[in-house]
Design a protein around this ligand. Structure first.
Ligand code: UTP
Length: 288
């Protein structure tokens, strides 16, 4: 398989679970400690040697692209004020990766969002990272999948074990473990009832796909609300050419879920030595 140079990051959803915060601010721009959610996702891509980021956006999301561009006015203010560490930080964000974007003009689901990127991806394998799914581990999440995709020459999806009572919220895979944490996928089912789930290995928002996924996406029949589900196309791709799954190591936060979003904020703030003591004391006043 050719090296993975491009990642598609869909960010065009409405973020209804995060309203009213997301009425005018994309949920991907909400902060986790001192950085917006999307910056953590792009950093994970960059640490995995991905050079080109393709955002699938909508008319209200241009602020996401702006975040990864230079802000010359702000830079000159910081320079004149001698705030050189801040200057370095804001410049660094603009220099991390190349940014491209494509509009998803109607919000017809995650599968449709990926299909919108077809022209920019072209005929090469690529990564997909869901823009509100945060992964933290020693080895960057998407990098864990890229290694297996390159060695097996197959598409790879990220999975994590979830409690049985939560399987109905996820796409769940069936498969055989061929080496520790690596599975050959035989089937997958979207949001199964607990008694129908083939495992508790849930598909999380990280994928390495081959360009033939686009043909499968084009064939998928829209479901409820006209949405084109990525899982349906993945299932079809798995049957047609085979697919692996990797049980991802690390911690995951769904930034669209308030409890997880808030926990992620505390998790990151706690890693900052200066904040740690102060924050612990403040939290102790509220948490019995
Ligand atoms: P979600 O279902 O988590 O996001 O989709 P959402 O639709 O924005 O949020 P809620 O459920 O209404 O709160 C996962 C990812 O897919 C993108 C979203 O932006 C999110 O990053 N997405 C979803 C699209 O780009 N287009 C879509 O049509 C749907």
């Amino acid at each position: 398989m050719r090296p993975i140079r491009k990642v598609v990051i869909p960010v065009a959803g409405w973020g209804t679970r995060s309203l009213p915060a997301t009425k005018n601010i994309p949920k991907e721009m909400l902060p986790i400690y001192n950085k917006p959610v999307i910056q953590y996702v792009v950093e994970e891509a960059q640490q995995s040697k991905i050079e080109d980021v393709i955002f699938v956006t909508n008319r209200d999301k241009s602020v996401i692209e702006d975040h990864f561009d230079y802000n010359l006015q702000l830079e000159s203010v910081l320079e004149r004020a001698g705030k050189l560490d801040k200057l370095e930080e804001v410049r660094h964000v603009a220099e991390m990766v190349n940014i491209m974007s494509v509009r998803q003009k109607k919000q017809l689901g995650l599968g449709h969002a990926v299909l919108c990127a077809r022209g920019l991806v072209g005929d090469e394998p690529f990564a997909v990272m869901v823009g509100d799914d945060l992964m933290f581990s020693g080895k960057p999440g998407i990098g864990q999948l890229i290694d297996v995709a390159l060695s097996e020459n197959m598409p790879v999806i990220g999975v994590m074990e979830v409690p049985w009572e939560k399987v109905s919220r996820y796409g769940i895979i069936a498969g055989e473990e061929v080496s520790p944490g690596v599975f050959r996928v035989s089937d997958m089912v979207e949001k199964p009832a607990q008694h129908e789930a083939p495992s508790r290995l849930a598909i999380v928002g990280r994928y390495v796909l081959t360009p033939d996924i686009f043909d499968h996406l084009q064939e998928v029949k829209p479901g409820i609300g006209g949405e084109i589900q990525l899982t349906d196309a993945l299932r079809s791709l798995a049957h047609a050419r085979g697919m692996m799954a990797v049980r991802m190591e690390g911690t995951r936060f769904d930034a669209g879920d308030w409890a997880e979003f808030l926990t992620a904020n505390i998790y990151f703030a706690m890693q900052d030595e200066k904040l740690h003591t102060e924050l612990t004391a403040l939290l102790n006043r509220f948490v019995m």
